[in-house]
Design a protein around this ligand. Structure first.
Ligand SMILES: Cc1cc2nc3c(=O)[nH]c(=O)nc-3n(C[C@H](O)[C@H](O)[C@H](O)COP(=O)(O)OP(=O)(O)OC[C@H]3O[C@@H](n4cnc5c(N)ncnc54)[C@H](O)[C@@H]3O)c2cc1C
Length: 300
């Protein structure tokens, strides 16, 4: 055990915004990115496969008592660094995205107000290419750095390397990001603060009530997954504590807030997908990330 980072056995449901996953995982919280090489060694020495974790807002955990994984996450830095005069900002990806957007806006830098209400960390947002209202993380990223979890070798990406798409990121599975450089735009602080407040208020109005992990599926090209799922009669489907929201058919909520089985989430995901396939032949692709990817093997 290394006392420079926090090591705990945690139930997966305690790491998932949806509270999904009844198994346990070793969870390492690193106070700073420079400790990542030692933490990876620590995992290798114990035969644990490192799994990069952000805020868990897109995460369905595992039910297995021991899936052989170690969830690795970076603690949020104390404050957002001041951007350079050019608007460039290099920051640890453990930073919460909403805080990053709000704090830089106070200093007269912005362009990311549309993303201000997306929960989770900068690392998760980069790995997912999170987006809203036509804006996405890819718009602002200049460079990213991290380590290959397999052997600790460095991984780098620079603007020009490409690899972004709709909810698609150049960050491969098996890389843990540590920091990113963003290019921000000069803005008027008060106007940007109003735009952020308006976006947060909009989200309160449109987000279905209850704990969730956001949209279950990506939108297929030119279509809305929510519209197809509603037409396929998915609203109100239930499995254990989870249900497809009556307010939004592409949204699964935890009905009671109690911990629930990841396998119930998987059953819902599979049933929603089957119904849309039977209705119109479209094969929906999940946006959720599953800690235990082998669980997906059972999903047709
Ligand atoms: C209420 C609600 C609203 C949402 N609205 C939106 C929305 O409008 N748009 C949108 O795109 N998403 C939305 N989401 C989904 C989710 O918030 C985003 O995908 C978010 O960016 C995930 O960030 P996270 O830190 O929680 O990542 P996690 O859920 O912890 O992880 C997500 C993925 O990122 C990887 N990851 C995390 N950190 C790192 C790292 N340091 N290095 C490498 N990989 C990493 C994980 O391995 C995992 O594969 C919403 C979710 C909720 C609950």
């Amino acid at each position: 055990m290394d006392d420079r980072w926090l090591t705990e056995s945690r139930p997966w449901h305690g790491l998932s915004a949806l509270r999904a996953g009844l198994g346990h995982v070793t969870c390492l919280t690193l106070p700073e990115p420079s400790l990542l090489p030692q933490a990876l060694d620590w995992c290798r020495g114990r035969g644990l496969r490192p799994w990069p974790l952000g805020g868990g807002t897109n995460l369905v955990g595992s039910d297995r008592p021991d899936a052989g994984l170690a969830a690795l996450r970076l603690a949020p830095p104390a404050d957002v660094p001041v951007p350079e005069a050019s608007g460039r900002l290099t920051v640890s990806v453990g930073m919460a995205l909403g805080r990053l957007v709000a704090r830089t806006a106070q200093r007269g830098w912005g362009g990311l107000a549309a993303l201000s209400g997306i929960p989770g960390t900068l690392g998760g947002a980069l790995a997912m290419n999170a987006g809203a209202l036509g804006r996405e993380m890819a718009d602002a990223v200049e460079a990213m750095a991290g380590l290959e979890v397999r052997d600790g070798s460095p991984w780098r990406w620079r603007r020009g390397d490409g690899g972004w798409g709709y909810r698609r990121s150049p960050v491969p599975d098996g890389v843990m990001l540590t920091e990113a450089t963003l290019q921000l735009w000069p803005v008027e602080a008060a106007a940007e603060a109003s735009a952020i407040a308006a976006e947060r208020a909009r989200r309160v109005r449109v987000t279905p009530r209850g704990r969730s992990c956001g949209s279950v599926f990506r939108n297929p090209p030119g279509e809305s997954a929510g519209r197809l799922l509603e037409a396929a009669g998915c609203k109100g489907l239930t499995a254990g504590v989870f249900a497809v929201s009556e307010e939004h058919a592409n949204w699964v909520v935890n009905r009671s807030g109690a911990p629930g089985r990841a396998s119930d989430c998987l059953w819902l995901l599979s049933e929603m997908r089957r119904r849309v396939r039977d209705l119109c032949g479209v094969e929906l692709q999940p946006e959720w990330r599953l800690a235990d990817s082998e669980m997906l093997l059972g999903v047709d």
